[in-house]
Design a protein around this ligand. Structure first.
Ligand code: DQA
Length: 144
């Protein structure tokens, strides 16, 4: 089973950006944690981050016929990007939305999720553990 883990803008700034919201661990800590959870779950993952909407759209399109599932934290593009929503719908690969924080408990402009419309599940507000839950959920979904 191959899962693509996509992270949007500013997720590479983890450890530096707003630690009161996102914690002190770095993006490379997240990559390492994801690799170790993937091993435990006996799945293959590719972890990718971009600050650019079109690059994320390209990556979703390239996943077609190459990945069984997508875990995506679109970051700020969650709340703005119809292009990412359309890309997820276009490839039709099961996708799960994740967030480190809980956007629905933050500013009103974070309450809408376009990408979420194309997702089969959502895990938020648990820091890195949101991704862990998403891995377990998508693995179970694809197997069953
Ligand atoms: C985020 C929440 C978004 O609202 C924000 O723009 C981010 C990170 C999260 O993981 O909590 O960049 O997706």
């Amino acid at each position: 089973m191959k899962i693509l883990v996509l992270n949007g803008p500013n997720i590479n700034m983890l450890g530096i950006r707003e630690p009161a919201i996102y914690g002190n661990k770095t993006y490379s800590d997240l990559e390492n944690q994801l690799e170790s959870w993937a091993k435990e779950s006996d799945i293959e993952i590719e972890v990718f981050q971009s600050n650019h909407e079109g690059v994320l759209v390209d990556k979703i399109q390239e996943a077609y016929n190459n990945f069984d599932g997508i875990i995506i934290n679109p970051a700020a593009y969650t709340h703005t990007s119809i292009a990412i929503l359309d890309a997820l719908k276009a490839v039709g690969i099961p996708a799960v939305e994740v967030h480190l924080s809980e956007p629905s408990e933050r500013e009103a402009f974070r309450h809408i999720s376009y990408a979420g419309i194309a997702c089969i599940g959502r895990f938020a507000g648990m820091g890195f553990d949101s991704y862990k839950m998403a891995i377990e959920f998508i693995k179970n979904y694809i197997e069953n």
